[in-house]
Design a protein around this ligand. Structure first.
Ligand code: HEM
Length: 457
């Protein structure tokens, strides 16, 4: 370490102790914006009792994404999730247990598993849109939030919850959601009303899931869902190779829901908003692609057919580039490390810093994505492939802790949009909305859309 240059990143001064916290709690977007304008790729902001160092753009990001957990650690910065996810899982366990639990996530989402979930995505989408009339006005955000909750219930939480307990579980999950406010990141146990409600909801969820899990285990009845995967899973090198407890399964399911539900529904919304706003360049080519897919695979929306939809895929990726729902991904520096900025300055980030990368901000860098404000799905097609430089596109994170649910998300969003492209026309009644930075998972502000049913295929 002695051979490293010893210069620390510039500090964004002038934010008083409590001011930094408030600014952060209100949403860090402006802070990022001002800090980047003043200092460039790397700068440190004192936030409450912590130092937060921002790394902006692919040049300064490799270590952040690649480093082992004993260097760039998640648990110190994500442990605010513990009261939501519950004890004994993810950020409440030591690294080697967490690694095994992440392996269980991965195994629940392998290609073969995804193939089993696809018909469920499609069925939920078809049933949901069958209830729309011939024309009407909707807000994508509200519609997709409901649909993705239904689909998540079926594919993740299981048939029992989807068919018998849906309203009750959805209400309790909503209580967990409401208990996750920006302040919770710093003070997750503060006895404020939303936290108290969160704790009550979490407890009730435990009771409900314990019954469901026990019933399945006792009856030997099996289903094609993530719940079943967790019921069957066993630790390998820790915890004596035992199966997961009911409480651990509940915690892992909640963790997967928190990772995947709003992120997916928001991305489904932006994809629709941008395709509807770009009729000729986006919506129409996606419709043409559906025709070609039907010609090739028939009308069945199979795993293979969905995987072949490149135009739709690029639209989803571009919507996610423009508006990644996670503003910040964070780590805790357990060891110091150095970065070199685009203009050649080297800094040492000291041990103990919270380190943050921002998908949202990095995706708008004009030296990474040309005309970043422009919706342009073809930027991901050959020969441009602007995402090719590592750590340019970080909507799903990258490297060691890249999103485990990425393929699940693409398949679900493609299922939804395939059904819609085949059956509806859309017209935005409002301008393309901005992002609502007030919430933890950032989605579009309100936007009315007119839909008209038409049978295309
Ligand atoms: C991790 C985004 C859908 C499960 C991540 C990360 C991002 C992300 C940015 C990295 C976090 C970090 O580096 O700290 C998204 C987006 C989604 C999506 C934008 C939808 C469009 C899903 C779904 C699931 C899921 C559907 C599960 C079914 C996970 C898990 C991790 C993760 C388990 C943790 C991986 C780890 O820390 O090793 N996701 N995600 N995600 N995601 Fe997703």
């Amino acid at each position: 370490f002695n051979s490293l240059p010893s210069k620390r990143p510039p500090v964004y001064e002038g934010i008083p102790y409590i001011g930094g916290l408030l600014k952060f709690a209100q949403g860090p977007w402006k802070l990022l914006h001002d800090g980047y304008a003043k200092f460039g790729d790397v700068f440190t902001v004192p936030v409450a009792h912590k130092r937060v160092t921002f790394l902006i753009g692919p040049d300064v990001s490799p270590h952040f994404f690649k480093a082992a957990d004993d260097e760039m650690s998640q648990s110190e910065v994500y442990d605010f999730n513990v009261p939501t996810f519950g004890r004994g899982v993810v950020f409440d366990v030591e690294q080697k247990v967490r690694t095994e639990q992440f392996r269980m996530f991965t195994e629940a989402l392998t290609k073969n598993r995804l193939k089993a979930y696809v018909p469920q995505f499609v069925k939920e989408a078809e049933e949901y849109f069958a209830k729309w009339g011939n024309s009407g006005t909707i807000d994508f955000k509200d519609e997709f939030s409901k649909l993705v909750t239904l689909t998540a219930a079926r594919t993740l939480l299981g048939r029992e919850v989807r068919e018998q307990l849906f309203e009750q579980v959805a209400d309790l999950l909503h209580g967990l959601d409401e208990g996750m406010v920006p302040l919770s990141v710093f003070f997750p146990y503060l006895p404020i009303p939303v936290h108290k409600k969160r704790d009550r909801c979490r407890k009730e969820l435990s009771e409900i899931f314990a019954k469901v899990i026990r019933n399945r285990r006792e009856s030997g009845h099996r289903e094609e869902d993530v719940l079943q995967q967790f019921i069957d899973a066993r630790y390998q090198n820790v915890n004596g190779g035992r199966a997961l407890t009911e409480e651990e399964i509940t915690g892992l399911l909640i963790a997967v829901l928190f990772a995947g539900q709003h992120t997916s529904s928001i991305t489904t919304s932006w994809t629709g908003i941008f395709m509807a706003a770009n009729k000729e360049k986006a919506f129409q080519p996606a419709v043409e692609e559906q025709k070609a897919i039907v010609a090739k695979y028939g009308t069945d929306l199979s795993f293979e057919a969905l995987s072949d939809m490149e135009v739709l895929h690029r639209n989803i990726t571009e919507a996610l580039r423009m508006h990644p729902p996670l503003l910040l991904v964070m780590r805790y520096a357990r060891k110091p490390f150095s970065v070199t900025t685009r203009d050649g300055k080297s800094y040492v980030i000291p041990k103990g810093d919270v380190v943050a990368a921002s998908p949202n901000f990095s995706h708008m860098l004009p030296h990474v994505f040309k005309n970043p404000e422009k919706y342009d799905p073809d930027r991901f097609a050959p020969p441009r492939e602007e995402q090719n430089k590592p750590y340019s596109f970080i909507g799903f994170g990258a490297g060691r802790h890249a999103c485990i649910g990425q393929n699940f998300a693409y398949l679900q969003i493609k299922s939804i949009w395939s059904v819609l492209l085949r059956n509806f026309e859309f017209e935005l009644l409002d301008p393309v909305p901005g992002a609502d930075f007030e919430s933890m998972v950032i989605g579009p502000k309100a936007c009315r859309v007119k839909f008209t049913r038409r049978k295309l295929l």
